[in-house]
Design a protein around this ligand. Structure first.
Ligand code: AMP
Length: 494
């Protein structure tokens, strides 16, 4: 590894961790890592505004591993939990566990991951053997604390991950209960993608004199993604999807539906059409979800159907297509969905189906991204309802600072026609959104789901502060990093 002023060598990491980081292929810390690692190593509280894809997991995992390694104690006698990472979903918990395995592989520090929706026995067995670090979702954590399997008296570092999402999922009471069980003298790290007032008050209640580290939100610039819309009626969407997926140019497709039942229906319809697809959503058992995701990541399954909440936080490399089977009600969700394709300079295609009832959603999306989506005119399931007209009003339009930007991309294999630009002023629709509120009213915290039950509220209707990046590519060092960097030396939007 070359010594540059930016490299991990400047972060005073112990050799065991430097070695692991190098083995992961990381050469340069991401901005959140550069700024957060020294703070955490120093023992200070941290308020990190960063989302998945920015390298935030390593930003807390690396210094935690280092601190616990230096403190020692894990070599002799029974291990006690010294660090707890609380994260909202099973998928995130598993991913964080994998990061601790990777960065901690030469340290001798032991961790385990617990989450609901699966039997507790393997988890309680691992806890009995003793761990230094525990990664947990809130419901199962409280459950196992209640059963006496988990003691937090020796805890010194607590991480609350994706705090905004925890609140959105109704976990506030669980978080409070967990916080009450932690020793008063501890280091607390709070990570959140957005900073609504609830999060600010949570931070001021639980963090002591924190260092605040904020990194630019991750999003693949929408400009690099080929986007188009198909006007199609509800009942024809499945036929249209099958028609599109028969094209081999669709190497891998993540298809978003609004509901879990919708996702299952799409899988069945595709299977009937001879197309293999799997669904990932909260009603699936944990094993089924992991299997579906694994099959998709390995290329074994070409088509994955997901709800927003199930797909969030999941890192899928080299995704060629995102298909919005249903348009999201919240326009920011559109940007977040399509940002999963077109990463690391790969071309990305986002196709959206819009039925007569979804025209308002489309209008909101176009307003948000500041342009009309090209309409695919030539397809066998075209809606006979006249397409709506759209013009991004001058004052709505995001400033375009990329004169070199190409005209609207053509969707592959389909003819399309430029959208009409008849001006039409429409009254602003009241968008049902979750505006940040004070703590109440909140849904009752949900217990960690039992197998086959729904672990999270769906459909996702989260008010998300992410916005498309309207001003062209982000500065290089702001970009989130990912594994792609190993292959091509380029940071990957992850
Ligand atoms: P995270 O935001 O923690 O979910 O990380 C997103 C992706 O970035 C993961 O696939 C990590 O393996 C990867 N990653 C984290 N830090 C670095 C780094 N410094 N260099 C390259 N990849 C990284």
């Amino acid at each position: 590894m070359t010594m540059t002023s930016n490299s991990f060598d400047t972060l005073n990491l112990i050799p065991q961790i430097r070695k692991a980081v190098a083995e992961e292929g990381y050469e340069t810390p991401t901005p959140i890592q550069t700024r957060a690692i020294p703070v955490v190593l120093d023992g200070k509280d941290l308020f990190g505004i960063a989302q998945t894809g920015t390298g935030k997991t390593a930003a807390f995992a690396i210094p935690i591993l280092q601190r616990l390694s230096i403190e020692g104690g894990h070599e002799r006698g029974r291990r006690v939990i010294k660090s707890l990472i609380c994260t909202p979903t099973r998928e995130l918990a598993i991913q964080i566990g994998e990061s601790f395995s990777a960065y901690g592989r030469h340290t001798g520090i032991r961790h385990t991951v617990i989450y609901g929706g699966v039997g507790q026995l393997p988890q309680t067995e691992a806890l009995k053997r003793g761990v230094d670090i525990l990664v947990a979702t809130p419901g199962r954590l409280l459950d196992l604390i209640g059963q006496g399997y988990i003691k937090l008296d020796n805890l010194s570092i607590f991480v609350l991950d994706e705090a905004d999402r925890m609140l959105d999922m109704g976990f506030i009471h669980d978080i409070r209960k967990i916080m009450d069980k932690l020793p008063k003298k501890r280091q607390t790290l709070l990570f959140s993608a957005t900073m609504p007032p609830d999060i600010v008050s949570l931070a001021s209640a639980y963090l002591i004199n924190p260092s605040r580290v904020e990194v630019t939100p991750q999003a693949t610039p929408v400009e690099v993604i080929e986007q188009s819309v198909y006007f199609v009626e509800k009942n024809d969407k499945r036929h249209l999807l099958a028609h599109i997926l028969k094209d081999e140019a669709v190497v891998s497709a993540l298809v978003f539906t609004r509901t879990k039942h919708g996702a299952d229906r799409v899988v069945k319809d595709l299977q009937r059409a001879g197309i293999n697809a799997q669904a990932i959503h909260g009603n699936k058992s944990q094993n089924a979800r992991q299997r579906a995701l694994g099959d998709f990541k390995s290329g074994h399954t070409r088509v994955l159907i997901a709800t927003d909440i199930a797909a969030r936080g999941i890192d899928i490399d080299e995704l060629s297509h995102v298909i919005n089977f249903d348009l999201p009600e919240v326009p920011e969700t559109y940007v977040h969905r399509i940002g999963r394709t077109g990463r690391a300079g790969l071309s990305g295609i986002a196709l959206s189906f819009c039925d007569s009832d979804e025209r308002d959603y489309l209008r909101d999306i176009q307003k948000l991204i500041g342009r009309a989506l090209p309409v695919v005119e030539e397809h066998p399931y075209k809606s006979t309802n006249p397409a709506p007209v759209f013009e991004a009003r001058r004052d709505d339009r995001k400033p375009e600072r990329r004169p070199e930007r190409k005209p609207e991309h053509k969707p592959r294999n389909e003819h399309h026609q430029k959208p009409q630009h008849e001006p039409k002023k429409e009254p602003k629709r009241e968008q049902p959104r979750h505006e940040p509120k004070k703590e109440q009213p909140r849904p009752e915290p949900k217990p960690e789901p039992k197998p086959g039950s729904n672990p999270a509220p769906e459909p996702e209707r989260r008010r998300d502060d992410r916005r498309p990046r309207p001003h062209g590519p982000r500065p290089k060092d702001d970009r989130p990093f990912g594994k792609q960097q190993k292959k091509d030396g380029l940071p990957r939007v992850g």
